[in-house]
Design a protein around this ligand. Structure first.
Ligand code: TXA
Ligand code: MG
Length: 316
């Protein structure tokens, strides 16, 4: 357990929080919606630690927080509809799911291996100051343990995550109190989650209705597990050895052609997971086979195994 510091909302405090983030640490930051658990979105290990701190059983993709539109354009493709919604609602409680730029350089854990990325410009002045001081993209899910309610005060974050993260930047209570509205713009505009910006206001700017969950006209929603990166090769789990022709991905004492973590570290394994799925797939070839060493079903191991079971599931 580490000691979690409560950082005061001063210039020094913001600089301090930015340094922690630059060193790959985790800081809970206030936003106008709820507190977010922030880490460097380019740093695989920092992002893996976000999932570990929340004890998330699945690698859901995370929202990337940025200070301005220019920085959004470095990571995502800004479609005309995205520019219109950005002009109307940013900074503010709206998240846009946009096509990911090929050269974005974000950790694949942030996007859960998708070709889209969720981005948001928070309006909270402290979040904006921290983003400026940090100078990069911050991945931040709500700063609560998985399955618990989202925190709207620094002491809520402390109650849930003390001992698991480096610091909480104390910005007092959050004004909006519910999470951002999420709109996907990688196809027909679709509502993924209702939130701080009213659907009617978004539809007024777009001049068209949003597709709602369950709408038959809706293309396969990103963020749905079926659209997660699936390898071409077949996948076998809990393998102690490679069968002939198989690429073995090791963990801990089980060595392989590649390894998720030679020292059996689950945070390192999670940080490597999406990259290694692609590398193993390339090594195995289109009709090939990949085998994964056993991963313990504890901590981040649950999320890793969840992802691997999906990769191993029979294909439709
Ligand atoms: O107000 C908020 O949005 C807060 C503050 C901290 O910004 N954040 C938040 O994050 O609520 P989180 O992780 O609790 O919820 C993020 C949601 C998830 O349901 C996830 O599936 C979706 O965003 N999401 C993220 N990236 C996505 C993507 N590429 N495609 C589809 N959905 C995505
Ligand atoms: Mg949440």
């Amino acid at each position: 357990m580490m000691e979690t510091r409560l950082i005061a909302p001063t210039d020094e405090g913001v600089a301090d929080a930015a340094r922690i983030l630059q060193a790959g640490g985790l800081v809970a930051m206030p936003t106008e919606t709820v507190y977010g658990l922030a880490g460097d979105a380019r740093n695989d290990r920092a992002v893996a630690r976000i999932f570990a701190a929340k004890n998330r059983p699945q690698f859901n993709p995370l929202i990337v927080h940025l200070p301005d539109l220019d920085s959004v354009a470095r990571y995502a493709l800004l479609t005309p509809q995205a520019r219109a919604l950005a002009a109307a609602f940013w900074p503010g409680p709206l998240t846009l799911v946009l096509p990911l730029r090929a050269d974005a350089g974000l950790s694949p854990l942030v996007t859960a291996g998708h070709e889209t990325v969720a981005v948001r410009l928070p309006a909270h002045p402290l979040a904006r100051r921290l983003l400026q001081a940090f100078g990069g993209p911050l991945a931040a899910p709500s700063a609560n343990p998985s399955g618990r309610v989202s925190p709207t005060r620094a002491d809520h974050v402390m109650t849930g995550l003390a001992g698991r993260i480096e610091a909480v930047l104390d910005g007092g209570p959050c004004a909006v109190g519910v999470e951002s509205t999420i709109v996907a713009l990688d196809g027909l505009p679709a509502l993924l989650r209702p939130g701080g910006v009213a659907v009617e206001a978004i539809e007024a700017v777009l001049g068209a209705p949003l597709l709602l969950p369950g709408d038959p006209a809706r293309p396969k929603a990103p963020g749905q597990l079926a659209s997660h990166y699936a390898p071409e090769a077949t996948v076998r789990l809990n393998a102690e050895n490679a069968a002939p022709g198989e690429v073995l991905v090791g963990f801990g004492p089980v060595p392989g052609a590649l390894t998720l973590s030679a020292r059996g570290d689950l945070v390192e394994a999670a940080a490597n997971l999406f990259q290694l799925l692609r590398e193993a797939d390339a090594l195995a070839g289109p009709a090939g086979a990949i085998a994964f060493a056993p991963i313990p079903e504890t901590g981040l191991g649950r999320a890793i195994n969840d992802r691997l079971r999906r990769a191993a599931a029979p294909r439709g």
